[in-house]
Design a protein around this ligand. Sequence first.
Ligand code: ADP
Ligand code: MG
Length: 723
Amino acid sequence: MGSAVLGEAISAIRDWSVSREAVPGSRAGETFGSLVFSDAEQQKRLPKNVYAALRRTITQGEPLEAGVADAVAKAAKEWAVEHGATHYTHWFQPLTGITAEKHDSFLNPTGDGKAVLEFSGKELVKGEPDASSFPSGGLRSTFEARGYTAWDPTSPMWLLQSGGTVTLVIPTAFVSWTGEALDKKTPLLRSMEALSTQALRILKLFGSKATRVIATCGPEQEYFLIDRYFYLSRPDLINAGRTLFGAAPPKGQELEDQYFGAIPDRVLAFMADVEAELYKLGVPVKTRHNEVAPSQYEIAPVFENANIATDHQMMVMETLKRVAPKYGLACLLHEKPFAGVNGSGKHVNWSMGDDLGNNLLSPGQNTHDNIQFLIFCAAVIRAVNRYQGLLRATVGSAGNDHRLGANEAPPAIISIFLGDMLTDIFEQIEKGGAKSTKAGGTLDTGVGVLPKLPRDAGDRNRTSPFAFTGNKFEFRAVSSNQSIAYPNIALNVAVAESVDYIATELEKAVAGGKKVEDAARELLPKIVKEHKRIIFNGNGYSKEWEKEAGKRGLLNLKNTVDALPQMVTKETVALFEKYKVLNEREVHARYEIMVETYNKTINVEAQLTVLMANRYVLPAALEYAKQVGQSVAAVKAAGGKSLEGKKLLDKVTKLTDEFKKRTDKLEASLDHSAPSAEKHAKHFRDVVIPAMAALRQSSDALEAIIPHELWPLPTYREMLFVK
Ligand code: ADP
Ligand code: MG
């Protein structure tokens, strides 16, 4: 069976390379944004006053004026219909982690047997999907199932081309009848608003004319690509997104010959196609490369406003999955599809910019004198220290538990890497005042013909969960599979709180006659002293760091069950309430859904493990035992001894017995009820997961001796290396 699937995959690869078309995307410049109802398109099609009003809403956050929606609906419909659209959909991000859409036709019967294409402002602004089947964490009881989608004018509409149809997609927020947020976009927008309001107070003190501050975000997405035949032959990949069985291959990633290696032909064609699709949708993808594990890759866009970046990030994940089958591939976004090789994450690069185009986290040349930068940077340090638990909780999931704390991903302890230059400046500040900025100088390659390269003031650190990388912070504990909304929300609101604190202090001092720079110079050492424990520039993978972090009193939440309660501590709830990002009920709803999701995920994985154990692995093991038994019997019948054969038979039988016992034990562990979701989660973590791990060990031992022809599943060696 194994070999049959391998054969299919090999012929698919051959067919593909024979029939290969020209790589699309070569005229990306021309097609960029062609499927987006873009600013240019809006300007062309909207009456001048409507366009101006819409721009004010988009760039300044002003409330939408009456009449604007009708005009926009009309123009958007005309544009969409010209491009072949027949339907529109309110696209939203419920609390499940994926996006949701319900398509409605533009067609309206006129009563005389005819129909016209219509789309009103009312239909653009508000939709009412039957909300009862989306998780609400108790925010909405099923008998009051009303939920509304509300147009987000700040994120552009686009056209979904799929299955030969074209649909106008309208990014929306999703709220309950009482106005409570049932989605991720609503709190994200609220958190961006809070950050803007607070950051402007500081900018104003420094004499800036900016009228808005925007959280910016650039997420780097890691993923695996394997042949679709293998994928379709693995029930675990189809239903759990990761392999629940699978012995380590003789060659893994130890030769380190994959990272940034040449990209295989078929994969490159896939990447180019994905990029071409995303360009059309206005998603500015820029970078592609091989990642560390075999068959692992990365795609990254240029950063954008955090709201749009979050929408675009969902589109990136959907596009990766949708395009892969065209190339006979399957895209795996799970955090750990394969044990023993690196998992996948998503580095969320985050900063703040103003509407004049300045990056507030850009250190400039004489950083020690750039007081405004130091203040904003100190605000981030303070925020991450105070709300490390919240940040940790936003990246907690069953899948990410396989990564965080393992030696390939950031540790579960949240800390900040600042690099030499900034660390030095903050140390000077603590001692009484920063007088100088360490320079990087130039790099000497020792080869005359090579150009002289400017050297960064510090090296990189790959082991930090939260690193300053030049002019932005990079939150690396985020998982490959999750929406980036929660990490962004947490950063925005936590930093807003610190900026609020700093602004209040500075305003007081300035009102008392102090110069803002002097007031800031006085405040900075205090912040550094109180919050420097979060700064760590060393090796985050080391045992020593775990000890040291413990001494510093930093949280070390090793798994989701331990991390999630940090979402609902008194401090976190107060933070969300103070800045009107989420009320207490809304925070608790999200927490409950995250716990439930953890439980459901492990439950599915465990059920699937039992199913595959009984129906795939066990029959193969019994068959092999039978074959060996027959061989031993035949040798004996012919007068031989078959001593080694008998030993092998004993080994197979013993392993098989143990395997069956462990299967039954796992199955029994699932027969469990608990008084609360939290208790249930602990049972999954402490009993079910170890039982799955033990069973897998037996299976992987069997896989190592059962003949290729009998083994019912594609192996790691095949999945990761046949490209
Ligand atoms: P790295 O520093 O990780 O090697 P890049 O410098 O290419 O890589 O940046 C990685 C990501 O960070 C990209 O998506 C990039 O657009 C994003 N980024 C750069 N500047 C900012 C910023 N000011 N705010 C948010 N993201 C940013
Ligand atoms: Mg990076």
